[in-house]
Design a protein around this ligand. Structure first.
Ligand code: 9MR
Length: 481
């Protein structure tokens, strides 16, 4: 069986890969109850850590992707990194309506096909972006003056033709993109103005009929934390599901500003996951005011790691895609005056601290995966914080602190969310005053050499979600590893 572009379709194989990934997540212990875990010491270090983002992500049962710019596919440095580090690619522009159906009924698939060929050569998944969006919409659609019947036909024909062409090649589609205003109401567009809010359900039903094996997603920005916009999205998705609309996943673009990652990110992902949907971080970048300096790059590294851990803490979070991996290709400076440096690699395709931090957060080994051999994050200490299990009335957390200098006696402090109490722990002596927890060395593990790691764990009485706090070692704040 072949699709419109002549590719032999292997939907069953693709499905099998997804099942395998899910099993890996289950085996990794995300569903093990706290009672069974509480008395256990932290897991042993794996024998050989993965050296690339994609290998590390795979070991977590997740994918890690990047947007790919068509114009860079001839650049060997670019394609080398894209293939080596990422297991998924998203078309940054070439599958958008204005690129793929610039005039009615005239489809330009060549650039999208190039991307699919590139991905298949590198064993990568393809994420299709995007079918129905108010932006990058050609004038013949936006200003075509179509009535309801005509626009429905135009939209359905676009979805069907594009999805048929890529059937079996594209694993996920952003079916509807950026449908919401900041206040959570539906954005005015030619689609909502002409077809009403029902255009979303229509688009998803048409998409399912076109390629029953593709995962169908709704994607938006500024929906990462709990708030008016994400509430609007949540209400709409809940209502679509109750009407039997075939929607499989929600994409959270995650175009973040340095130091402004929403504290409710994990809680928000989890509530969508609890609807039975996959959640995916689809367009991650973390921009800063230029010029970048090493303090900002360290904080950015910590925040890439924290976003990564947030996804790993939600079992339905299937992957993370960055919106370009290099500052040389990022959309940010062109849109936000004076801002940039938002990616994992710098202008010269050298890995930034964020690369090593993300790799480490995925369980890989910093320094293993890029031509520039990135150093591990600097600073006196680097922390990994893993919630290894969670149930309705408790969580188990494992903490690792790598200390740059030798310590002779240690004390680690951090704050838990209000009302969370540590009920038991291992490898440290715990005390708690209000929200502040102090974990001091046990009699047997106070001396740690330079570059050594302090490991301890604890159980709390609260299964609520939270993002990793700042951990201080002997009074000095550590960075996230
Ligand atoms: O990165 C894309 C840039 O090259 C385009 O000029 C721009 C046009 O709107 O779209 C950018 O990608 C956007 C994505 O398609 C949807 N979410 C926001 C992204 C950044 O603007």
């Amino acid at each position: 069986m072949t699709n419109e572009r002549g590719t032999t379709m292997i939907p069953l194989v693709r499905r099998a890969a997804v099942v395998l990934a899910t099993s890996a997540a289950l085996l990794s212990g995300s569903l093990v109850t706290g009672a069974a875990q509480a008395a256990q010491p932290p897991a042993a270090e794996p024998g050989a850590a993965a050296a690339t983002l994609r290998d590390a992500a795979e070991e977590q049962g997740r994918f890690v992707g990047t947007a790919v710019a068509d114009g860079r596919l001839g650049n060997g440095t670019y394609t080398g990194i894209a293939s080596r580090e990422f297991s998924s690619v998203t078309a940054e522009n070439v599958m958008k309506w204005d690129a793929i159906e610039p005039s009615r009924g005239s489809f330009n698939f060549a650039p999208g096909d190039r991307l699919v060929d590139f991905a298949q050569a590198g064993g990568q998944q393809v994420w299709g972006h995007t079918l129905v969006w108010h932006s990058q919409l050609p004038g013949w659609v936006a200003n075509g003056g179509f009535n309801q019947t005509q626009l429905t036909q135009v939209m359905n024909n676009h979805i069907t033709t594009v999805m048929d062409h890529y059937e079996g090649d594209v694993a996920y589609w952003d079916v509807v993109n950026e449908a919401f205003n900041e206040d959570g109401t539906l954005r005015s567009s030619v689609f909502s103005d002409t077809l009403g809010s029902g255009f979303i359900g229509t688009a998803f039903r048409t998409a399912r009929a076109a390629d029953p094996d593709a995962k169908l997603c709704i994607n938006d920005y500024n929906t990462e934390g709990v708030g008016a916009k994400s509430n609007g999205l949540y209400n709409l998705v809940s209502s679509l599901l109750s009407q039997g609309v075939p929607i499989d996943c929600v994409g959270f673009q995650s175009h973040f500003i340095l130091d402004q990652i929403p504290s409710t990110f994990q809680t928000n992902l989890q509530r969508f996951a609890d609807l039975g949907l996959e959640v995916v971080i689809t367009e991650l970048d973390i921009r800063m005011n230029l010029p970048a300096d090493s303090a900002k790059l360290q904080r950015q590294a910590a925040q890439f790691a924290s976003v990564t851990r947030t996804c790993l803490a939600v079992s339905a979070c299937r992957g993370i895609t960055v919106w370009g991996f290099s500052d040389a290709d990022s959309w940010v400076p062109g849109v936000f005056d004076g801002q940039g440096a938002a990616c994992l690699y710098d202008q010269n395709y050298q890995a930034k601290p964020a690369f090593g931090a993300m790799l480490t957060a995925l369980g890989g080994e910093p320094g293993g995966g890029d031509p520039g051999d990135p150093d591990p994050p600097a600073g006196p200490c680097q922390v990994t914080w893993r919630v290894t299990s969670r149930w309705n009335a408790g969580s188990v957390v494992e903490v690792g602190i790598r200390t740059t200098a030798a310590v002779n006696g240690w004390s680690a402090t951090f704050a838990l969310p209000s009302g969370h109490r540590v009920t038991s722990g291992w490898n440290a002596v715990f005390s708690q005053s209000g929200a502040t927890v102090t974990a001091a060395n046990a009699p047997y593990n106070g001396n740690v050499g330079a570059g050594g790691t302090i490991g301890f764990g604890f159980q709390t009485d609260n299964g609520g979600q939270y993002t990793p706090p700042t951990v201080s070692l002997n009074g000095t704040a550590c960075t996230a590893a």
